[in-house]
Design a protein around this ligand. Structure first.
Ligand code: LER
Ligand code: MN
Length: 262
């Protein structure tokens, strides 16, 4: 398991400085954000090469969530998802994160024909199938991210993510596990990780208070042991705030996490 960090958590004048600083703190990868990504490819590839830190993943934003009420907007969202998958491949990243739908968008209840959940899951599966079909031949995965109930009403647990991935049934549609969301939604984080098993291809790290691992009360030792048990070898990227001086606290948190990895 490799410890990564979102680029936005590191200060620096440019990508080169941020990647170098992340490497000096002990990180082994960088998750990049979606903003201006196409224009940043050259800069990011150079920073990655010079620092020796691979780009782990792309963190998408709400403009890339595939679901929308109307076909034209769904088409535009699909185009943006496809672009991110192409960029992920170009950057050598494991994949691009996908949240199918967030809380801000409501779908109708068409029962008895379809419940809201059936409607959303069928549409999400179809959109994801189209995204991987349009990017056939690429390696980059679609990483379905379950979010907590205050951010999303659909896909809140790992098992929700696995259910949707199984509906799509494509080798490039997988699931990721965010410790902050799991802390709210999973009855038992270890059991949920073990049940999701090989579907998990990426991890987000934040403590219970969405601060650095070690600054809250999440039991990372048990969570990491479960990830080891399922044979997870991917990136775990920090997505959190920092209490204290990042120059001190970031390397301290890396040491803390490494001490928990067998
Ligand atoms: C949002 O809370 C989150 O965890 C992000 O990774 C969503 O892309
Ligand atoms: Mn996350």
């Amino acid at each position: 398991m490799k410890i990564a960090i979102q680029e936005s958590l590191i200060t620096g004048r440019d990508a080169a400085e941020r990647f170098d600083r992340a490497a000096s703190f002990g990180f082994e990868g960088i998750e990049v954000g979606w903003r201006n990504l196409a224009e940043r490819v050259v800069e990011l590839k150079r920073a990655s090469r010079n620092s020796g830190l691979p780009i782990s993943t792309i963190c998408s934003g709400s403009p890339h969530d595939p679901l929308a009420l109307y076909p034209q907007e769904r088409g535009e969202r699909l185009d943006r998802m496809v672009e991110l998958l192409e960029l992920a491949d170009e950057l050598g990243a494991v994949g691009s994160i996908c949240v199918p739908i967030r809380r801000s968008l409501s779908f109708p209840d068409l029962s008895p024909a379809f419940s809201t959940r059936e409607l959303i899951s069928k549409l999400a599966a179809e959109m994801l199938a189209q995204a991987v079909h349009r990017t056939e031949g690429l390696k980059a995965l679609v990483l379905l991210e379950p979010l907590n109930r205050y951010e999303a009403h659909y896909l809140c647990t790992l098992s929700d993510g696995v259910e949707l991935a199984q509906m799509v049934d494509h080798p490039r549609v997988k699931v990721m596990a965010d410790f902050f969301h799991m802390n709210i939604e999973e009855a038992d984080i270890e059991t949920s990780i073990l049940a999701a098993g090989d579907w998990i291809r990426h991890v987000h790290l934040a403590d219970s208070n969405r601060m650095l691992p070690g600054q809250g009360h999440t039991d990372f030792e048990a969570g990491f042991a479960a990830l080891e048990e399922i044979g997870f070898q991917g990136f775990m990227a920090l997505e959190c705030g920092v209490l204290g001086d990042p120059e001190v606290e970031l390397p301290r948190s890396v040491k803390f996490m490494r001490s928990l990895i067998a």
